[in-house]
Design a protein around this ligand. Structure first.
Ligand SMILES: Cc1cc2nc3c(=O)[nH]c(=O)nc-3n(C[C@H](O)[C@H](O)[C@H](O)COP(=O)(O)OP(=O)(O)OC[C@H]3O[C@@H](n4cnc5c(N)ncnc54)[C@H](O)[C@@H]3O)c2cc1C
Length: 390
């Protein structure tokens, strides 16, 4: 057993899942979270079959499933006319096709489920109020200063999100890339029983923007995210925005969509950003996981899923390799191509969702004419993925 625990900078989904994965491979870990409590902020996350599979492999699904919501379908509608362009039913046939269900969940509920598993594990120590300020690889161990306290670790896992300080220190690279898209989100209580048309993951394609909504919190609240073209460079996740600002982007839209936007509040906004794909995020005893390694725009809804898959692959590599540095390199080699494709395809999807003119007409026609089975086949590379077999 190594003399020091693996230190993990960041207690978001990647950090806690990473700790669960490393603990499963017999390593002791210490999670260092800068906030004074594990963050219960954020809004909805989509948990496709690949993410459910990863959660099961981390032995965390049982503590998460009860707070997730099973949407009835994925529905794509034209924002102006309301016309349904594509509809994928998410019941039994979908689950037989991909081997696992499709769920949606509030970020806080997913995090709470992971934390419940981590705190129950004797090999995982969870520390809050511990911002990682400095880190250095000393050859045989790493030295980290967090919350004013110096400590040693066998290795360092940077799970500190898109604006990762560990990444900046390790790779010396710059800020994330901004894409001139503003994202607004709101979480609004909904009447019970939940109306059938609100029980689906619904994507509205509008001029210069799109809206996604689905229920979370056991179906008691609707998570609404609206993305529009525009410049906004603030770095946080949660700047306040007012309803008029959001509505001004969606003036001529279908009545159903107008109603949803008009009753949603309060609104928060953040700037769409990602990291250009690149190799080389592991250096000897330090590596990155989740958004710190490969942040993507949210349009494929795979941010949390990639972090969970990372954790399973990291666990496997750590178990199999004869040194931590070899394990980190193997992990990066396995994860880089897939996460790079998610980053690139998310960018492409952002352009397609916000298309105008002839491209918009062609896009809508193709969506209408695709049969649902063919549509799903094009997503199979995402949903079929098994991190235990990769
Ligand atoms: C507050 C917040 C709200 C979010 N809301 C949404 C949302 O509504 N919808 C959505 O799709 N995605 C949201 N995300 C992003 C989503 O959680 C991630 O894309 C995905 O889950 C991958 O998570 P991650 O753990 O890699 O990064 P993150 O979720 O960003 O977690 C990083 C963690 O590291 C901590 N941290 C940062 N720097 C340091 C440091 N130097 N030392 C110690 N700890 C540090 C942060 O406090 C945070 O807990 C949100 C993220 C955050 C932090």
């Amino acid at each position: 057993m190594p003399a020091h625990p693996i230190l993990i900078a960041g207690g978001g989904i990647a950090g806690i899942a990473g700790a669960l994965g490393l603990a499963r491979s017999g390593r002791e870990c210490r999670v260092l979270e800068q906030a004074n409590a594990f963050e219960t902020v954020g809004a909805g996350l989509q948990i496709g079959p690949n993410a459910v599979r990863a959660l099961k492999l981390l032995d965390a699904w049982d503590s998460i499933a009860p707070t997730s919501f099973a949407p009835s379908a994925i529905v794509i509608r034209d924002g102006r006319s309301g016309r349904i362009l594509q509809e994928i039913r998410l019941g039994g046939e979908f689950e037989r096709r991909f081997g696992e269900p499709y769920r949606v969940i509030h970020r806080a509920d997913l995090l709470a489920g992971l934390i419940a598993r981590a705190t129950a594990h004797s090999g995982i120590e969870m520390v809050t109020g511990a911002r990682v300020e400095q880190s250095a690889d000393k050859g045989g161990y790493v030295e980290v200063t967090a919350g004013g306290r110096a400590m040693r670790g066998e290795a360092l896992l940077g799970a500190d999100g898109i604006r990762s300080a560990v990444r900046a220190n390790l790779l010396g690279d710059s800020r994330p890339e901004l894409h001139r898209h503003i994202l607004y989100r709101a979480l609004t209580p909904v009447e019970q029983p939940l109306p059938a048309k609100l029980s689906a993951v619904t994507l509205w394609l509008c001029r210069n923007g799109h809206v996604v909504h689905y229920p979370v919190r056991g179906g008691s609240a609707l998570n609404v995210v609206a993305a529009v073209n525009g410049a906004w460079t603030d770095q946080g996740w949660s700047s306040p925005a007012d309803r008029q600002e959001v509505m001004a982007h969606f003036t001529r839209v279908d009545q159903d969509l107008f109603q949803i936007l008009a009753v949603s509040s309060p609104w928060l906004k953040w700037a769409a950003a990602d990291r250009a794909p690149g190799a080389g995020w592991s250096r000897n005893r330090a590596t990155l996981i989740g958004d710190a390694a490969h942040a993507a725009l949210p349009y494929l809804a795979q941010g949390a899923a990639m972090a969970l898959e990372d954790a399973v692959v990291l666990s496997r590599c750590t178990r199999q390799a004869d040194s931590i540095a070899t394990a980190f390199l193997a992990y990066e080699r396995l994860r880089q191509p897939r996460t790079a494709r998610i980053v690139r395809d998310s960018r492409r999807l952002g352009r397609l969702y916000h298309a105008g003119g002839a491209l918009r007409v062609v896009r809508n026609a193709l969506l209408r004419l695709s049969d649902p089975a063919g549509f799903l086949d094009r997503l199979a590379w995402i949903y079929d993925f098994d991190p235990a077999a990769a």
